[in-house]
Design a protein around this ligand. Structure first.
Ligand code: SAH
Length: 262
Protein backbone atom coordinates (compact mmCIF):
# COMPACT_ATOMS: atom_id res chain seq x y z
CA UNK A 1 0.00 0.00 0.00
CA UNK A 2 1.34 3.41 -1.04
CA UNK A 3 1.30 6.15 1.58
CA UNK A 4 0.00 9.35 -0.07
CA UNK A 5 2.49 12.24 -0.01
CA UNK A 6 1.07 15.56 1.04
CA UNK A 7 4.05 17.42 -0.42
CA UNK A 8 3.10 16.15 -3.89
CA UNK A 9 -0.56 17.05 -3.49
CA UNK A 10 -1.62 13.42 -3.63
CA UNK A 11 -5.39 13.10 -3.31
CA UNK A 12 -6.38 10.14 -5.40
CA UNK A 13 -9.74 10.11 -7.12
CA UNK A 14 -11.57 6.97 -6.02
CA UNK A 15 -15.20 7.61 -6.97
CA UNK A 16 -16.12 5.47 -9.98
CA UNK A 17 -19.02 7.67 -11.06
CA UNK A 18 -16.76 10.69 -11.28
CA UNK A 19 -13.95 8.76 -12.95
CA UNK A 20 -16.40 7.50 -15.59
CA UNK A 21 -17.83 10.93 -16.05
CA UNK A 22 -14.37 12.36 -16.75
CA UNK A 23 -13.56 9.88 -19.51
CA UNK A 24 -16.89 10.51 -21.19
CA UNK A 25 -16.49 14.28 -21.54
CA UNK A 26 -14.75 14.08 -24.87
CA UNK A 27 -13.92 11.41 -27.44
CA UNK A 28 -10.77 9.51 -26.47
CA UNK A 29 -10.76 6.75 -29.05
CA UNK A 30 -7.91 7.16 -31.50
CA UNK A 31 -6.83 10.47 -29.88
CA UNK A 32 -3.50 11.34 -28.32
CA UNK A 33 -3.89 11.69 -24.59
CA UNK A 34 -1.61 13.25 -21.98
CA UNK A 35 -2.37 12.73 -18.31
CA UNK A 36 -0.77 14.87 -15.62
CA UNK A 37 -0.10 13.19 -12.28
CA UNK A 38 -1.68 9.76 -12.90
CA UNK A 39 -0.93 8.68 -9.34
CA UNK A 40 -1.94 5.06 -8.91
CA UNK A 41 -3.52 5.02 -12.36
CA UNK A 42 -7.25 5.03 -11.56
CA UNK A 43 -8.14 7.48 -14.30
CA UNK A 44 -5.37 6.12 -16.54
CA UNK A 45 -6.98 2.66 -16.65
CA UNK A 46 -10.31 4.09 -17.75
CA UNK A 47 -8.66 6.28 -20.40
CA UNK A 48 -6.82 3.23 -21.70
CA UNK A 49 -10.05 1.24 -21.97
CA UNK A 50 -11.31 3.87 -24.40
CA UNK A 51 -8.55 2.94 -26.87
CA UNK A 52 -6.61 6.16 -27.33
CA UNK A 53 -4.10 6.29 -30.17
CA UNK A 54 -1.33 7.03 -27.68
CA UNK A 55 -1.40 7.61 -23.95
CA UNK A 56 1.38 9.57 -22.29
CA UNK A 57 1.46 10.17 -18.55
CA UNK A 58 3.81 12.30 -16.47
CA UNK A 59 4.35 11.48 -12.80
CA UNK A 60 6.98 13.02 -10.52
CA UNK A 61 6.80 10.46 -7.72
CA UNK A 62 9.33 7.64 -8.36
CA UNK A 63 7.44 5.25 -6.14
CA UNK A 64 4.21 5.75 -8.11
CA UNK A 65 6.12 5.41 -11.37
CA UNK A 66 7.11 1.88 -10.28
CA UNK A 67 3.47 1.11 -9.55
CA UNK A 68 2.44 2.44 -12.96
CA UNK A 69 5.20 0.49 -14.75
CA UNK A 70 4.06 -2.67 -13.08
CA UNK A 71 0.40 -1.99 -13.89
CA UNK A 72 0.66 -0.79 -17.48
CA UNK A 73 3.99 -2.23 -18.69
CA UNK A 74 4.69 -0.94 -22.22
CA UNK A 75 1.09 -0.20 -23.11
CA UNK A 76 1.46 3.50 -22.23
CA UNK A 77 4.38 5.98 -22.16
CA UNK A 78 5.31 6.85 -18.58
CA UNK A 79 7.43 9.95 -18.09
CA UNK A 80 9.08 10.27 -14.69
CA UNK A 81 9.49 14.07 -14.61
CA UNK A 82 8.21 17.28 -13.10
CA UNK A 83 5.42 18.80 -15.20
CA UNK A 84 6.61 22.29 -14.29
CA UNK A 85 9.96 21.63 -16.00
CA UNK A 86 8.63 19.57 -18.88
CA UNK A 87 8.32 20.81 -22.47
CA UNK A 88 4.97 19.46 -23.68
CA UNK A 89 5.56 20.68 -27.20
CA UNK A 90 8.39 18.17 -27.64
CA UNK A 91 6.22 15.19 -26.77
CA UNK A 92 4.60 14.69 -30.18
CA UNK A 93 3.60 16.63 -33.27
CA UNK A 94 0.00 15.48 -32.80
CA UNK A 95 -2.41 17.52 -30.73
CA UNK A 96 -3.06 16.26 -27.25
CA UNK A 97 -6.11 15.99 -25.07
CA UNK A 98 -4.91 16.68 -21.55
CA UNK A 99 -6.41 15.14 -18.42
CA UNK A 100 -5.34 15.90 -14.90
CA UNK A 101 -6.50 15.70 -11.36
CA UNK A 102 -3.84 18.28 -10.65
CA UNK A 103 -1.73 18.45 -7.51
CA UNK A 104 -3.48 21.42 -5.88
CA UNK A 105 -0.37 23.07 -4.53
CA UNK A 106 0.88 23.72 -8.08
CA UNK A 107 -2.32 23.72 -10.15
CA UNK A 108 -2.31 27.45 -10.92
CA UNK A 109 1.39 27.33 -11.68
CA UNK A 110 0.82 24.54 -14.22
CA UNK A 111 -2.07 26.36 -15.87
CA UNK A 112 -0.20 29.69 -16.00
CA UNK A 113 2.86 28.01 -17.47
CA UNK A 114 0.72 26.64 -20.30
CA UNK A 115 -1.14 29.88 -20.89
CA UNK A 116 2.00 31.99 -20.99
CA UNK A 117 3.74 29.62 -23.40
CA UNK A 118 0.96 29.25 -25.95
CA UNK A 119 1.78 30.24 -29.48
CA UNK A 120 -0.66 32.37 -31.40
CA UNK A 121 -1.38 29.50 -33.75
CA UNK A 122 -1.24 25.74 -33.50
CA UNK A 123 -1.82 25.11 -29.85
CA UNK A 124 -0.21 21.88 -28.68
CA UNK A 125 -3.47 20.72 -27.12
CA UNK A 126 -6.95 20.11 -28.39
CA UNK A 127 -8.58 20.51 -24.99
CA UNK A 128 -7.78 20.40 -21.28
CA UNK A 129 -9.89 18.57 -18.72
CA UNK A 130 -8.58 19.56 -15.33
CA UNK A 131 -9.52 19.30 -11.69
CA UNK A 132 -8.87 22.25 -9.38
CA UNK A 133 -9.78 23.24 -5.87
CA UNK A 134 -13.21 24.86 -6.19
CA UNK A 135 -11.87 28.19 -4.96
CA UNK A 136 -9.26 28.22 -7.74
CA UNK A 137 -11.82 27.15 -10.36
CA UNK A 138 -14.03 30.03 -9.18
CA UNK A 139 -11.17 32.47 -9.73
CA UNK A 140 -10.52 31.06 -13.20
CA UNK A 141 -14.18 31.47 -14.20
CA UNK A 142 -14.86 34.75 -12.38
CA UNK A 143 -16.53 37.67 -14.15
CA UNK A 144 -15.45 41.26 -13.55
CA UNK A 145 -17.01 43.16 -10.64
CA UNK A 146 -16.84 40.07 -8.45
CA UNK A 147 -14.45 39.35 -5.61
CA UNK A 148 -12.95 36.24 -7.27
CA UNK A 149 -12.06 38.14 -10.44
CA UNK A 150 -8.36 38.73 -10.89
CA UNK A 151 -5.18 37.88 -12.73
CA UNK A 152 -6.04 34.22 -13.10
CA UNK A 153 -9.40 35.02 -14.72
CA UNK A 154 -7.78 37.48 -17.11
CA UNK A 155 -4.93 35.17 -18.12
CA UNK A 156 -7.05 32.01 -18.40
CA UNK A 157 -9.86 33.54 -20.46
CA UNK A 158 -7.51 35.25 -22.89
CA UNK A 159 -6.96 32.37 -25.33
CA UNK A 160 -9.24 29.73 -23.85
CA UNK A 161 -12.95 29.07 -23.63
CA UNK A 162 -13.69 27.57 -20.24
CA UNK A 163 -16.70 25.74 -18.86
CA UNK A 164 -17.33 24.07 -15.55
CA UNK A 165 -18.36 20.46 -15.85
CA UNK A 166 -19.24 19.95 -12.18
CA UNK A 167 -18.20 20.40 -8.59
CA UNK A 168 -16.81 17.36 -6.86
CA UNK A 169 -17.22 16.50 -3.21
CA UNK A 170 -14.25 15.78 -0.91
CA UNK A 171 -15.52 12.24 -0.36
CA UNK A 172 -14.60 11.28 -3.91
CA UNK A 173 -10.90 11.41 -2.99
CA UNK A 174 -8.45 9.54 -0.82
CA UNK A 175 -7.11 11.01 1.32
CA UNK A 176 -10.04 13.36 1.65
CA UNK A 177 -8.97 16.94 0.88
CA UNK A 178 -10.12 19.83 3.08
CA UNK A 179 -11.98 21.60 0.29
CA UNK A 180 -14.38 20.91 -2.54
CA UNK A 181 -13.10 20.54 -6.12
CA UNK A 182 -14.32 21.54 -9.58
CA UNK A 183 -13.75 19.97 -12.95
CA UNK A 184 -13.12 22.39 -15.80
CA UNK A 185 -13.01 21.96 -19.55
CA UNK A 186 -10.80 24.28 -21.62
CA UNK A 187 -10.76 24.69 -25.39
CA UNK A 188 -8.57 27.06 -27.43
CA UNK A 189 -10.45 30.10 -28.71
CA UNK A 190 -10.64 30.44 -32.46
CA UNK A 191 -10.34 34.20 -32.12
CA UNK A 192 -8.59 35.97 -29.29
CA UNK A 193 -7.01 39.36 -28.60
CA UNK A 194 -3.56 39.48 -30.22
CA UNK A 195 -0.68 40.64 -28.04
CA UNK A 196 3.05 40.61 -28.70
CA UNK A 197 4.00 38.92 -25.48
CA UNK A 198 2.03 37.06 -22.84
CA UNK A 199 4.59 38.33 -20.32
CA UNK A 200 3.25 41.85 -20.83
CA UNK A 201 -0.27 40.82 -19.87
CA UNK A 202 1.18 39.08 -16.85
CA UNK A 203 3.04 42.25 -15.91
CA UNK A 204 0.11 44.64 -16.37
CA UNK A 205 -2.26 42.45 -14.36
CA UNK A 206 0.36 41.94 -11.64
CA UNK A 207 0.80 45.68 -11.18
CA UNK A 208 -2.94 46.45 -11.35
CA UNK A 209 -3.92 43.73 -8.90
CA UNK A 210 -1.09 44.41 -6.49
CA UNK A 211 -3.55 46.27 -4.26
CA UNK A 212 -7.01 44.88 -4.96
CA UNK A 213 -8.85 47.32 -2.76
CA UNK A 214 -7.16 50.49 -3.91
CA UNK A 215 -8.02 52.70 -6.85
CA UNK A 216 -6.20 51.97 -10.10
CA UNK A 217 -4.82 55.51 -10.35
CA UNK A 218 -1.46 54.53 -8.90
CA UNK A 219 -0.74 51.39 -10.93
CA UNK A 220 -2.02 53.09 -14.09
CA UNK A 221 0.29 56.04 -13.62
CA UNK A 222 3.18 53.76 -12.75
CA UNK A 223 2.77 51.88 -16.03
CA UNK A 224 1.83 54.75 -18.32
CA UNK A 225 3.77 57.61 -16.71
CA UNK A 226 0.69 59.76 -16.09
CA UNK A 227 -0.26 59.53 -19.77
CA UNK A 228 -3.93 60.55 -19.89
CA UNK A 229 -4.50 59.71 -23.55
CA UNK A 230 -4.74 56.00 -23.01
CA UNK A 231 -7.24 56.18 -20.19
CA UNK A 232 -9.35 58.61 -22.20
CA UNK A 233 -9.20 56.45 -25.30
CA UNK A 234 -10.20 53.33 -23.36
CA UNK A 235 -12.68 55.30 -21.23
CA UNK A 236 -11.17 54.15 -17.97
CA UNK A 237 -12.12 55.84 -14.71
CA UNK A 238 -9.03 55.82 -12.52
CA UNK A 239 -11.13 55.88 -9.37
CA UNK A 240 -12.27 52.30 -10.03
CA UNK A 241 -10.70 49.22 -8.39
CA UNK A 242 -8.86 46.60 -10.44
CA UNK A 243 -11.76 44.13 -10.36
CA UNK A 244 -14.04 46.70 -12.05
CA UNK A 245 -12.24 46.53 -15.42
CA UNK A 246 -13.44 43.79 -17.74
CA UNK A 247 -11.23 41.27 -19.55
CA UNK A 248 -11.14 43.23 -22.80
CA UNK A 249 -9.91 46.36 -21.02
CA UNK A 250 -6.90 44.50 -19.62
CA UNK A 251 -6.04 43.12 -23.06
CA UNK A 252 -6.38 46.60 -24.55
CA UNK A 253 -4.26 48.17 -21.82
CA UNK A 254 -1.57 45.60 -22.51
CA UNK A 255 -1.68 46.38 -26.22
CA UNK A 256 -1.27 50.09 -25.48
CA UNK A 257 1.66 49.28 -23.24
CA UNK A 258 3.26 47.24 -26.01
CA UNK A 259 2.79 50.05 -28.50
CA UNK A 260 4.39 52.58 -26.16
CA UNK A 261 7.33 50.27 -25.64
CA UNK A 262 7.73 49.83 -29.41
N1 SAH B 1 -4.72 11.48 -11.07
C1 SAH B 1 -4.58 10.70 -9.85
C2 SAH B 1 -3.71 11.38 -8.79
C3 SAH B 1 -3.98 12.83 -8.51
S1 SAH B 1 -3.04 13.45 -7.19
C4 SAH B 1 -5.97 10.38 -9.32
O1 SAH B 1 -6.89 11.12 -9.63
O2 SAH B 1 -6.12 9.42 -8.60
C5 SAH B 1 -1.82 14.40 -8.03
C6 SAH B 1 -0.75 13.56 -8.69
O3 SAH B 1 0.22 14.45 -9.28
C7 SAH B 1 0.04 12.68 -7.73
O4 SAH B 1 0.18 11.41 -8.30
C8 SAH B 1 1.41 13.36 -7.61
O5 SAH B 1 2.47 12.50 -7.32
C9 SAH B 1 1.54 13.99 -8.97
N2 SAH B 1 2.44 15.16 -9.00
C10 SAH B 1 2.63 16.09 -8.03
N3 SAH B 1 3.48 17.04 -8.43
C11 SAH B 1 3.84 16.73 -9.71
C12 SAH B 1 4.70 17.35 -10.67
N4 SAH B 1 5.35 18.47 -10.39
N5 SAH B 1 4.84 16.77 -11.88
C13 SAH B 1 4.17 15.62 -12.17
N6 SAH B 1 3.33 15.00 -11.31
C14 SAH B 1 3.17 15.54 -10.09
Amino acid sequence: MIKPKKSLGQNFLIDNNILNKIVNITKIENQNIFEIGPGTGNLTSLIKEKNPKKLYVIEKDNELVSVLNEKFKDSITIINEDILKFNEKKLTKDKLIVFGNLPYNISTEILCKWILNLDNKNFWFESLILMFQKEVADRILAKFNTSSYGRLSILANWKLDIVKICDINQNCFFPKPKVESSLLFFKPKLKFFKLKKAKNLEKITRIFFNHRRKMIKKPYNQIFNNNNEIKNKLKIDLNLRPQNLNLETYYKLTKEYEQLRG
